[in-house]
Design a protein around this ligand. Sequence first.
Ligand code: SF4
Ligand code: SF4
Length: 410
Amino acid sequence: MSEPAGVRVLDDFAWDEVWGAAKGAAAPCFQCGVCTAVCPWGLVQKEPVNVRRLIRLAQLDADGWGEAIWLCTTCALCEVRCPRGVPVSEIILALRRLAWERRSVPKGLPTMLWAVHWDGNPWDQPPSQRQAWAKGLDLQPFTPEHEVLFYVGCTAAYDRRSQKIARSLVALLRAAGVSFGILADEPCCGESVRTAGQEGYLAEVVAANVRRFEEAGVRKLVAVSPHCLDMFRSHYPPWDGFRPLHYTEYLAELLDAGRLRFTREVRGTVAYHDPCYLGRRHGIYDPPRRLLAAIPGLMLAELPAAREDALCCGGGGGRMWLETHAGERFGDLRIREALGTGAEWLATSCPFCILCLEDSAKVLGAERLKVVDVTELAVRALGEASLPHPALSPTGGEEKGEGAPVRGAP
Ligand code: SF4
Ligand code: SF4
């Protein structure tokens, strides 16, 4: 067999390694190239990422995947389009795993992994500051008597912008009369470890977290981030009664049960951006829209690419920890789409999406468009009496977050 340029044919051992790492998942690929055609990198770079070739290399006894494996945001657009159901991003993560063995990884990822190891979060922040976001809220430590564990996650705990999402969600849970608690020693779910391709270390993180949750008697868990939700739903072993939910699902349940009511008008138009890890990964398209539709006075506009077709914000797949050059940010495209709808707000329900989209809105000078989380609009629709703590500042306020400053989105 002749070797394509830039491709190194591996020996039998390496073939087993590639095949084993990808668990044979590349086998059904018949090289149609749909994945390359739909990958959003083709919208921001002259040369699209040749996804088809990466899968071919994983099928063959061939190395030579280069830097392309680190670009994948694991957005799953190619996966929902692939006619053979190939789990493209899982194969790419398997190739990242091999890249670690070859010590061929981008700068930034080792630092992030050490931060998870020493500080329990990828943001390189001190564990002593993990509860700083909740200052003044008088939250209770979780006990099995609580209805739910509020799992805040590293980004909403440490990133100043994202802390507002966590505080808004506290207001909504309280307005609905939910009894909930938090873990004082809340662990990182391990998502950044997984997307970095560190499967061995991830197994340790998951095992330790399952022990911690079982000890605490956790059953129903409500997560802020779709990335944490994905970990708990798809990459943790299920245990008796464990039910991880995204907050949009849980709030929609509360709405249906009549426990959550929006009584104050919020006049304006909102466009909704589907986070990849909520929409394509878990099919959660309706709950966030139902929440927005339940707010009196609020009109919902759809972006041109919505639901299963939604364009990624660019922050998944470990890209939060890597540099994305100006002009190559998917968020810029999304902001232009949102501006085209005439909406005042671009709402979403993922802290990574918020950071990427807000960063793009600033770069593009899109001042008339505010990037907000669904919780931040919902909290505005609570009646005055429902706001349980004066320290809560619905979106639009200038309230500063608590704790140490952390770096923003790339
Ligand atoms: S879309 Fe699926 S079958 Fe087609 S080249 Fe990509 S992975 Fe292979
Ligand atoms: S998962 Fe998304 S970013 Fe990754 S190869 Fe597929 S389309 Fe491209």
